[in-house]
Design a protein around this ligand. Structure first.
Ligand code: 5AD
Ligand code: FES
Length: 361
């Protein structure tokens, strides 16, 4: 039996160990292996999605948050954050405009805001599903008890984004106060999966304290969870946090990880993130060229855009929804892809359960 290096193992879809992932991360900077992985990522992306790029209308409906994640600009302890909430009618207006613009997924994202009780959230979901039955609803509202997730699911929510942020216990402690825990985070992700959501996990790249060891843990979590979506963006410091003076994450490493994740989970829905576009004017185009297949332009009302400031210099805070959509459509085209007006569900079962998978390779 030939001994394969970690990049070959990944490409051959063999189960990866932590050591394999650490070896793989060590190839960052090796232009031959990086080119090989990028090419494989693009091949898989094309195989499952052709030329298509899916788009999601992001509605940032509250920047109140009870949590205090150390990296985040809207954490509870930031007295300088100007807080806002959208009323249900305002959220519906965003959806109306979004539907008109061609969005068929709405992402309701917010801080963990106790004002929005489970019942209020469920009522908003029902309302959106009633008016736009052809659209998917994605929630991104943090950690909740399983019963809340169940209620939202029964109200019609289709997907849930909950980045794990880091899968390494010690690193998690560096980024979060004691009131939060990685085990709760993991439990939430498995609950969501169990309840039939399409689930999104993910991490920041270059967050303070991150190493190849912690990134290997992230990749192991993704391999085990097999989420349908993975959100990966560079860490960007926010001036009102303890990490204000820390360097931002690397765009290049983010792109490398996008390719790695595309190969690890071939049919994954992988956004080219706003954070990537914030650090590099062509970041989102580069993300698509590395294996991403989703973009998430902003549908939030212009008057509140700047207030949803997770990190400094966030782009798209001065553009109307239609401008953002148009801009991204053009960017996607420039990158050689086509922005489509579809729900854009994950097309296949997770790879290990999918009998099609082996035959196709
Ligand atoms: N830099 C980059 N991404 C951040 N997020 C929060 N704060 C920052 C930051 N300073 C990300 C987290 C969260 C998502 C909504 O935004 O990963 O899950
Ligand atoms: Fe928002 Fe370009 S995507 S302005």
């Amino acid at each position: 039996m030939s001994i394969k290096n970690a990049a070959e193992k990944l490409i051959c879809q063999q189960a990866m160990t932590k050591e394999d992932f650490i070896e793989l991360l060590g190839y960052f900077g090796n232009s031959d292996i990086m080119a090989l992985l990028k090419e494989e990522a693009l091949k898989l992306r094309r195989k499952y999605y052709g030329n298509k790029v899916f788009t999601r209308g992001l509605i940032e409906f509250t920047n109140y948050c009870k949590n205090n994640c150390y990296y985040c600009g809207i954490r509870a302890g930031n007295q300088n954050a100007r807080r806002y909430r959208l009323a249900p009618e305002e959220i519906l207006e965003c959806c109306q405009e979004g539907h008109h613009l061609g969005f068929r997924t709405f992402v309701l994202q917010g801080g963990e805001d106790p004002f929005y009780t489970d019942e209020k959230i469920a009522a908003i979901i029902r309302e959106i599903k009633y008016h736009y039955p052809d659209c998917a609803v994605t929630l991104s509202i943090g950690e909740k008890p399983r019963e809340s997730y169940r209620l939202f699911r029964e109200a019609g929510a289709d997907r849930y984004l909950l980045r794990h942020e880091t899968a390494d216990e010690a690193h998690y402690r560096q980024l979060h106060p004691d009131s939060m825990s990685l085990s709760t985070r993991r439990q939430c992700l498995w609950d969501l999966k169990d309840l039939g959501y399409q689930v999104g996990a993910g991490m920041m790249v270059g967050s303070p304290g991150q190493s190849d060891q912690t990134l290997a843990e992230d990749l192991l979590l993704l391999q085990e969870l097999e989420p349908q979506m993975v959100g990966i963006g560079p860490f960007i410091p926010h001036h009102d946090t303890r990490f204000a003076k820390e360097p931002a994450g690397s765009v290049e490493l983010t792109l490398y990880l996008l390719s790695v994740v595309r190969i690890l989970l071939p049919a994954v829905l992988l956004p080219s993130t706003t954070a990537l576009g914030t650090l590099d004017p062509l970041g989102r185009e580069k993300g698509l060229a590395a294996g991403a297949n989703v973009v998430m332009p902003n549908l939030s009302p212009l008057r509140n855009r700047k207030q949803y400031e997770l990190y400094d210099n966030k782009i798209c805070t001065g553009e109307e929804a239609a401008e953002c959509r148009g801009c991204l459509e053009q960017r996607v085209r420039n990158a050689g892809f086509e922005l489509v007006s579809e729900r854009g569900d994950a097309p296949f079962l997770p790879k290990k359960l999918n009998p099609m998978y082996k035959e196709n390779r």
